[in-house]
Design a protein around this ligand. Structure first.
Ligand code: ZN
Length: 308
């Protein structure tokens, strides 16, 4: 659908599932993806190409992507942590890759066992290898821990900006700023987005990936909107909590985000009722303590419903 004011990328099938203590069946993942497409979600992060022994949840990535990629007109993306993952994603026919680099040195080491510089070098090599193949691949430089790190706390703004510059120079088509652990706050979001925008200029697409760990998710979205961001990641039913903090909130809840944007007069092209219907698919497979969302709890007040 054209004419969206804000573009939402649904990351439930990837970020939402990766930390769950249970393995979700391939069948459920495919049903979720189909329901998201039916709701009009323009972009879906459908999984991760990581070794199954590291994250067993994505052992079926090839099967999930084979199905997801049949939905033409929807951008299907994959997270890749390294060159091997990228090769698997490309072999599966994925055209949108999120290559993750952490702004926090400690987090990058924990995540991919490399220095930030080594990970940027791997990104550069991947870009060259893709360009040499002649394939048209949208490569996102996804900056994890851009607003704080569970290991090292606050991450210096300069580190985030320098990493964004390095990834842009290495050939990123887009830069993602991820509040991986949910430590961001509105002024910090505004400052970092403004700084990265000033460094990279108006042409570089930027997106925000926000978590609601401390309850600031939608406030941070609002700060991002004010800073000019028009692409946000979110997760249906707020999937994506931390495995080490039972009950912790996950990504910004897609349903609540769509509702807020509509209340702000911003269109997303997403059918909210159909989006809310994804809860039934998740509830049949995932324990209730992992599912959140204000709209699910309150319902959409009849008095606030707009005429279709
Ligand atoms: Zn995340």
């Amino acid at each position: 659908m054209n004419g969206r004011d804000v573009r939402i990328c649904e990351v439930g099938p990837r970020d939402g599932l990766q930390n769950l203590p249970i393995i979700v069946s391939t069948e459920t993942k495919l049903a979720l993806i189909d329901a998201l497409v039916a709701a009009g979600v323009p972009e879906i992060d459908a999984g991760s190409f990581v070794p199954a022994k590291v994250v067993p949840q994505f052992g079926d990535a090839e099967a999930v992507f084979a199905h997801a990629l049949r939905h033409t007109g929807v951008r299907i993306g994959a997270l890749v942590p390294n060159e091997k993952g990228a090769e698997r994603a490309l072999a599966a026919g994925v055209k949108n890759l999120f290559f993750v680099v952490s702004a926090s040195e400690a987090h990058n080491q924990a995540n991919v066992r490399r220095t930030v510089e080594e990970q940027v070098a791997a990104f550069r090599a991947l870009r060259k290898r893709i360009d040499a193949s002649g394939e048209r691949i949208h490569l996102v430089g996804a900056i994890a821990t851009a607003f704080g790190c569970s290991i090292s706390g606050r991450v210096p703004e300069r580190a985030v900006r320098d990493l964004a510059i390095a990834l842009a120079k290495a050939g990123a088509d887009e830069i993602g700023l991820a509040d991986t652990v949910g430590y961001g706050n509105p002024p910090l979001v505004k400052a970092i987005v403004a700084g990265v925008r000033a460094d990279l200029g108006p042409a570089m697409p930027l997106r925000l990936h926000l978590h609601d760990t401390l309850g600031l998710g939608l406030a941070n979205v609002y700060a991002g909107l004010e800073a000019g961001i028009r692409t946000f990641d979110a997760s249906v039913s707020g999937l994506g909590g931390c495995p080490f903090a039972p009950g912790a909130r996950g990504n910004v809840v897609t349903e609540d985000l769509v509702f807020m944007l509509e209340e702000l007069g911003l269109s997303t092209g997403i059918d909210l009722d159909r989006l809310l219907a994804t809860r039934a698919i998740l509830a049949a497979a995932i324990p209730a303590e992992h599912l959140t969302g204000h709209l699910h709890e309150a319902g959409i007040p009849r008095a606030l419903r707009r005429a279709a």
